[in-house]
Every structure is written in structure tokens, then in C-alpha cells.
Ligand binder design. Sequence first.
Ligand code: MD3
Ligand code: FE
Length: 209
Amino acid sequence: MAGASIAIAPGVAYYPGFLDRAAQEALREEIRAALAEAPLYQPRMPKTGKPFSVRMSNCGPLGWVSDETGYRYQPIHPDTGRPWPPIPKSLLAAWAKLAPGAAPPEACLINVYDSKARLGLHQDRGERELSAPIVSLSLGDPALFRIGGLTRDAPTRSFRLESGDALTFGGPARLVFHGVDRIVRGGSTLLPDGGRINLTLRRVTPAGA
Ligand code: MD3
Ligand code: FE
């Protein structure tokens, strides 16, 4: 059990305040340590090479990267060539609560937003394992998050994700279009320089394969 959840669409569960302030602060420090080992890099759009406004890093055996040649999961950091650091135990515990029964996550994508960063509407379909959910945790300034349907032109709704909130996307929601329209500057005191961190835990490969 993982506390109260609100069903916002089939396959989506929303857990406002999943992490209390102390847990958010502890996680902030774990992410700070991971980023010291695996510094933020600037992903680029496949084909065009246009830089994302969101900077990224990863922890776990696999990390998500994107550049001119495409997007993919790989075991090493694109700039340092070193393996990604391990997924912190607190995140593995969150996965166990929020995705009970799923095989362990292999990637934790760390998205870092400054007040001007955004993430266009997209699907996450680079994982070979689509039966496991994706678990998202937010830290820092609020985000206006947009969620649509299974086609880019389906109607969308937007809502605000706050520091400490968790979301899971599974089953019929696993391939929905989604994005981040805007960060609410000054909306949280968790990160000393402001901005927002989003962590997504992902199972990439089929279990036992
Ligand atoms: C719905 N991240 O990393 S988290 C991403 O806030 C991403 O940084 C956003 O979209 C962020 O790919 C949104 C919520 C989220 C994450 C993954 C999903 C929603 C999802 C995958 C499938 C469906
Ligand atoms: Fe996504």
C-alpha cells in the first residue's frame, strides 16, 4: 500500500504528497550525490540535434540518452563514459510500494528543469518492457503537467505536480502522450537554486529474458 491515490485516467494513479518534507530532503541529497558521479548532460533531439531545455542524468544499470542518432538506453554516461551510479535504496523502496509485483527498475531518469525549461508532448516507448508501469516522483518547484491520449491529437488535460508528489502510469496509460508545459518559479523551497527535479523509474527489458 502506498497511501491515498487518485485515479486521474485509466492506468494513472496520482499520490499527492507521497514523500513528506523529510523524505524529499533525503532524496534531494541522494540525487545530489548521484549527480556528482554522473553530471547533468544536455540531451539533443534525434535527427535535428536541437538541444532539450531539460538537462538529464540517470542512475541504475541503464540510462536514457538522446542525440542526433536517436534515443536509447545505454549503460554508460554519454560524456564521462562511466557507468551510471546505482539507484538509491529509497527509490527502490518507492518502486516496491508503487509498482508492487513489477520486476525491479533498471533506469532512473533524472530530469532537471530550470524555470524556463519544458518538455514537449511525447510518448515513452523506448522501453522493451511495456507491461511494467513508469513511476514518477517530483521535487522542487511545481510543474504544469499535461496528459493526453494515445494519439498526439487526442484531447489533453493539465494539472499541477508539486514537490513530493508521485504518479504511476501503467496498463492503458503506459503509452499516453504527456509533457511539461511550465515550471512555477518560486513555488517550493526544497531546492536552494529553485527549479524542479523529476525522477522516472523504468523497467526497460523484460524480466527473466
Ligand atoms: C506517462 N517526464 O521523463 S513525469 C519523461 O515531469 C517525462 O519530467 C516528465 O515525461 C517530467 O519521459 C513527466 C510523468 C510521466 C513520466 C513518464 C510517463 C508520465 C508518463 C510515461 C508514460 C506515460
Ligand atoms: Fe515521458
